[in-house]
Each structure stands twice: as C-alpha cells, then as structure tokens.
Ligand binder design. Sequence first.
Ligand SMILES: Cc1cc2nc3c(=O)[nH]c(=O)nc-3n(C[C@H](O)[C@H](O)[C@H](O)COP(=O)(O)OP(=O)(O)OC[C@H]3O[C@@H](n4cnc5c(N)ncnc54)[C@H](O)[C@@H]3O)c2cc1C
Length: 413
Amino acid sequence: MREPAKSRPAFGTVVVGGGPAGLTAAIALAGAGVPTALIAGRPRPPDNRTTALLAGSVTALETLAVWQRCQAQAAPLRAMRIVDDTGRLLRAPEVRFEAAEIGLEAFGYNIENHRLIVALAERAREIAALEVITQDAVDIAISTDVVTINLDDGDTVIARLAVGADGGRSRSRKAAGIETEGWSYPQIALTLTLRHSRAHHDISTEFHRASGPFTLVPLPGLRSSLVFVTDPDDAAHIQALPAAALATEIERRAHSIVGKIELEPGRGVFPLKVERARSFGAHRIALVGEAAHVIPPIGAQGLNLGLRDAATIAELVAAAHQVGRDPGSDELIARYQEMRRADVTSRTLAVDLLNRSLLSDFLPLQSARGLGLTLLQHIGPLRRAAMREGVAPAAAQPRLMRGQALSIEQSRK
Ligand SMILES: Cc1cc2nc3c(=O)[nH]c(=O)nc-3n(C[C@H](O)[C@H](O)[C@H](O)COP(=O)(O)OP(=O)(O)OC[C@H]3O[C@@H](n4cnc5c(N)ncnc54)[C@H](O)[C@@H]3O)c2cc1C
C-alpha cells in the first residue's frame, strides 16, 4: 500500500467506501484521468451475498477491464422462471423468460460479491491515477471549496468532490446533512450458498410464496445462491435449524428441482426495507449505491442501480475534468441527481409492488398480480418489452453501460 496523500489536487475526487459501487466509481473516474483517492475502509469479513449483474452492468465492467478477471467465477442466467407457490385460490401461471427471446445469450451473470470485489480491487491497483487507502474515514468536513476527510490513522485527504459509497449507514450522507426516507417490511432475507446434486441449467427460479420470494440463482457448477425472503417467525425457526435439517427444509421448499442439497458455510440475514436519501448529493458530496438507496433483494436491482450511479457520476466528473470545471459544483451534483432519480424511484416502486402483491391477502391485488403474470406469459411482445426493460432500462443508460469508454485509456483496455 502506498502512503496516503495529505491533500489532493484542485480537481481531485475522493471516493469513500470500497464496496462494489465505490470501487467501480473509483476505477471509472481514475481510468478517465481524474486524479482520485479511494478510501476503501479497513478490511471487513465478507458476507455471502451474490449479485445477479444484468447486461448493462456486465458491459460496464467489461469496459473498465474488470469483467475479464471474474467472468469465469460467474454463472450465466439464461432463463428465469417465476412459480406461484402461494397455495392461494387465485394462483398465477408459471412464467418463463428466456434471454434468447430478446437476442441475448444471458440476462446477466450471478457472482459472489467477494469475488467481484477481488476483481475490482485488482483492477483498481493497476490505475496510476488512483490511490487506494485501506483506512476508514472517521470525520468528513465540508467547506465552500473542498471536502476534508480525516482517516483513522490520523491522515487527511482533501478533494473537490467526495463520492459517498460507504453503504447504508453512510457517514458521507450524514456529513452532507442528507436525510433518508423509507419504510420496512415484515420480512427478513436469509442468504445461503448451496451445493446440489442436479444441474440448474443456468435457470434462476423464483418461488413466489405468501411470505416472500424464495429464489435460487445459479452459480458455476452444481452450486446456487439462495435468497429466501420470509416472515420474522419463520426466519427465526429456519435460523435455529441445524445444517442437515436446514438443507432438507430448503430442498422441500425448492420442490427438489436441484436435487439433494448441501449447505456451504455462512448465512446472511438482511431485514427488508426501502431506504432512500432525500437527495443524491449536496455540498460537494454525491451519493452512490446503498448510501443513496437500499431496496429489497427482489428482482436483482440493488447493485445494478448502484453501478449505474457510479457510471453516471464518473461520466459527469470526467467531462467536467476535461474542460477544467469544478467536479463538486452544485450544478454537477444537481445534474447527477436529475439523471439518477427516476431510475431509482421506478425500480424501487416496481420491487415494492411485486413484494406487496405477494404479501397481500387482498383478493383484487392477488388477481391483478395473476392477470399481470398471465399477460406476460401469453403476450410475446409484452413479455419481451418487460425483459428488455428489466435488463437495461430505456432511459438511464450511462455511457459505460453502453460500452463506451470515458477516456482513451479505458477504450484501449
Ligand atoms: C440478500 C441480498 C441479495 C442481493 N442480490 C442482488 C442482486 O442479485 N443484484 C443486485 O443488483 N443487487 C443485489 N443486492 C443488493 C447489493 O448487494 C447491494 O446493492 C450492494 O452490495 C451495495 O454495494 P455498495 O458498494 O453500495 O455498498 P456496500 O457493499 O455496503 O459497501 C460499502 C463499503 O463502504 C465501506 N465503508 C463504510 N463506512 C466507511 C468509512 N467510514 N470509511 C471507509 N469505508 C467505509 C464498507 O466497508 C464497505 O466496503 C442484494 C442485496 C441483498 C441483501
């Protein structure tokens, strides 16, 4: 590790947080020639989350020369099935989405977060304009011209713009005085990594249960990740089960579609909520990833949104840097907010509606959900439009998601 800098040049940017959104923002910024410091935080134990990276995110990671490093550890998602497992009177038909139907080899790729982070961190270390500092930011102070960040080893980083990528409990957000709004659900997401005896055939299967979706997402080989959303009582019961009994219970709930199940070590527990920053930036701080928005792990949207945030702020700052403008100006931050707001709001509402339609005992809502899924199953153009929008929103596609580099250096990689 290099010595952390005491101060940054006039147009320097600092990224706070070395999760996937922060690393991507830092790589995109520095790769575009913007002198950047990444305050990556002290190493923390990995959780066992995986991410289904949709097509635009994969393209962006490819453009940043990251994907090539971890593609072999990701499994393609060639088809997605939604199975109504509510046991209710009004049940929806099974819906199957095939990537080939919209001319794609795969909707995206599922990868364990810790593997993605390793690939991003390796790439970050290669970029000359990027200084990676493995300390925590302990204090963030904003003045008219700069943001000053104190690190836990006593050093200081000064920049014109701070990109807050420091997760749900963001210190950057607090420093900018940005409040959050949102709500919670009476549900918990349990995450587990499974080994199984039958092939998943690159198909992700979502069993829609009355307490939430139970989703098997392929990993390479005979492995899958499970995101199991359920009510707190059921979650407590499940968590108390010894490994062998838990594996049997999961196999039962998965209707044995992947055969016999064994559990890999590690379990994650995530209470479901929506939490959104009232503004995505203020006072020389722009928020990306979970610092800006947390949504339930349904429909694989969270980090895909976070990567679009990272790509968007990098695009705006790189353009400002090229013409010598202040990257932390109010105008730039207002533009960032304008470019990201609709994408985040529409995805949040879609995930919320889907989740509530499962939880609700209200018959008209159940029948509307059933009707929606029936229409998707039977009307090809509607299904294809939904698939295209799910994979890559028509609006909100920053340049990196379209495979366009932000600089000559990136385009050569
Ligand atoms: C069960 C589950 C399944 C999911 N599945 C998907 C999926 O399939 N597809 C998808 O798109 N999304 C998914 N998500 C969402 C996705 O996991 C998150 O959006 C993503 O991990 C957030 O990344 P981030 O970089 O914004 O935040 P984080 O991963 O929380 O990273 C924040 C980083 O900031 C660091 N940090 C914090 N404070 C400081 C500080 N003071 N100084 C320095 N560093 C600091 C932390 O150490 C951490 O490294 C899922 C989420 C859950 C819970």
